[in-house]
Design a protein around this ligand. Structure first.
Ligand SMILES: [Zn+2]
Length: 189
């Protein structure tokens, strides 16, 4: 590859490739990449932050935290399943779920927007496959997102159920079971 055929993204890739499996802060690598680009091409690098983010969105970089990314050579970057669901898979998921939300069973007929949701979230390695996809209405999707944030939730209700069984508190057993059913429904683990 000649110098001139290298794109701005190639410069970012090269820098991350030279530092495999290291958590690199955008604010720190930005200057290095921009300077290298300037010295080799004589041109200014436009929006390095955005370039880094786009490589993450393409599945090429792994996000460690906000503004910090790493490159893992063993991570299959051209694995299509890391990207968002393809239109083909989306259709397959909708057909399989009969164009209804898998949780509340409501759908387009009832005027709800349908979303294709990653059962295991992408940022935890969930893939964009038929098996990892489910149809959710906007309402249930919103609920799922908010419930996932509380990973302690399930444990709390499991403990509540145990205690309620011990104390034979029927009302509490019922409530705890209802909540645990929700975790099951949304496949929150
Ligand atoms: Zn729903």
């Amino acid at each position: 590859m000649t110098k001139n055929s290298k794109s701005q993204l190639d410069y970012i890739r090269d820098h991350f490739k030279a530092n495999p499996n290291k958590n690199l802060e955008t604010t720190k690598v930005k200057g290095i990449i921009e300077n290298k680009y300037l010295s080799e091409t004589g041109k200014r690098f436009e929006d390095c932050d955005r370039g880094i983010r786009s490589l993450y969105q393409k599945g090429w970089l792994i996000k460690v935290r906000k503004g910090c990314y790493k490159y893992d050579p063993n991570h299959k970057s051209d694995d299509k399943t890391l990207h968002d669901f393809s239109d083909k898979i989306k259709k397959q998921i909708l057909n399989r779920d009969k164009f209804k939300c898998v949780v509340c069973k409501l759908g387009k007929k009832e005027g709800l927007d349908l979303h294709i949701d990653h059962i295991k979230p992408r940022d935890r390695g969930g893939k964009s496959t038929l098996e990892n996809g489910q149809t959710l209405c906007s309402r249930c999707n919103f609920l799922k997102k908010n419930m996932s944030m509380n990973s302690l939730g399930k444990k709390i209700f499991q403990n509540l159920l145990k205690q309620s069984i011990k104390s034979k508190n029927r009302e509490m057993i019922k409530i705890a079971k209802e909540f645990l059913n929700l975790f099951e429904k949304y496949k929150l683990n």
